[in-house]
Design a protein around this ligand. Sequence first.
Ligand SMILES: CC(=O)N[C@H]1[C@@H](OP(=O)(O)OP(=O)(O)OC[C@H]2O[C@@H](n3ccc(=O)[nH]c3=O)[C@H](O)[C@@H]2O)O[C@H](CO)[C@@H](O)[C@@H]1O
Ligand SMILES: C=C(OP(=O)(O)O)C(=O)O
Length: 441
Amino acid sequence: MNAFEIYGGNPLKGEIIPQGAKNEALQILSAVLLTEEAVTVSNVPDIKDVNKLIELLGDLGVEVHRQSQDTYVFRAKDINLEYFKSDTFRSKGGGLRGSIMIVGPLLARFGKAAIPKPGGDKIGRRRLDTHFLGFEKLGARFHYDANAHFFNVDATDLTGTYILMDEASVTGTANIVMAAVLAKGTTTIYNAACEPYLQQLCKMLNRMGAKITGIGSNLLTIEGVDHLGGTEHRMLPDMIEIGSFIGLAAMTESEITIKDVHFDELGIIPSVFSKLGIRFERKGDDIYIPHQTSYEIDTFIDGSILTVADAPWPGFTPDLLSIVLVVATQAKGNVLIHQKMFESRLFFVDKLIDMGAQIILCDPHRATVIGLNKAFKLRGIEMTSPDIRAGVSLLIAALSAQGKSVIHNIEQIERGYQDIERRLQALGANIRRIDSNLPLH
Ligand SMILES: CC(=O)N[C@H]1[C@@H](OP(=O)(O)OP(=O)(O)OC[C@H]2O[C@@H](n3ccc(=O)[nH]c3=O)[C@H](O)[C@@H]2O)O[C@H](CO)[C@@H](O)[C@@H]1O
Ligand SMILES: C=C(OP(=O)(O)O)C(=O)O
């Protein structure tokens, strides 16, 4: 097990290029199962979750050819459906949340699929009902083996229908869309999620021959086709990384340029950081964050305390709330963070409180942050990263803190952030990887 040792407190400077989007990658890579033709995917992030999914595709029989550092060619010609029965699949299949999205394409193309209960962050209940209710609506049979924690679906034919999703689930929408593209007739999905990840997926599917309209809205219409062909696809930059770097710059008083961000695809994200008082400029397609010694949180027009809450797109992504929270700890002013979707994602604040932050955890979903306005720096401590985004928030806190911090369980961070210590070192950060079991001194 590895840990990060960080000496914080000094400003960083330079340029950073965001990786390809993790959550988009997990959808796009699942979609290669929909065709026997070659699909070339570029800007693939080299991160644990994505690499696990690529390995899983390979185990299923997909030919995987790595053309360059970030570009792969996939060919799902001969798929081994017997693999579902293997012990390896039982252990590997549930290794990440994103693996659930192989179910839709396999069901559509081969009439059956299975998946162990998927992993991902331990951030509260993460139900999958929406996925399987959707498959059932399309005509699939569903069976959950509660002892083995195994989900099974099969169908002789999928038939298009009207689906009112019980919640705008991101991976659920992707899964149902990928099943519906090869169904007979027309499927209408209402209350669909429409994150950029999904918009990218739908655009790619259309290039493969699918007929999807309503992309970017919560009402998708999918006219089923008999067959899909190969295509090429390039992943967008990871908007969660971009938000994390804006937060990092503000917290550490750094001057950072985030390159090629695809600003127009960032939705409400930049304006939420603006509301925290962080100044930045759009320069072409880069975001330039100047060195700033203080930033002041807005209030609402009537003077009441700002609330930052998550919501399905185009609302604010829950994956950036932990970052907003940590950044607010050094702002001037107060903010209420309301994490509506996940019930265990705010518990990491006890580590920030140990570091000197002033936070009241009101309940599992809400935390009030009383900004310190840089009256004093947070102090470095030893801590464990509970989930991917809390992990990066603690990393940002450690980089801004006085003295030494050690963050354990960095595998969580590495699920979603590529080569993070080298990229931070290039900005001047004092961070190094150590053996988690080494005695601390
Ligand atoms: C691999 C992947 O892509 N993971 C992302 C995906 O997870 P994932 O697709 O698993 O998350 P879902 O969109 O299904 O839902 C996340 C949680 O929010 C709740 N919920 C969802 C929709 C809604 O309208 N109301 C509501 O309360 C769900 O009950 C669930 O607890 O989307 C989440 C929500 O953006 C992100 O945090 C994850 O990073
Ligand atoms: C919660 C996240 O990931 P996952 O859904 O893969 O657990 C995330 O990316 O913030």
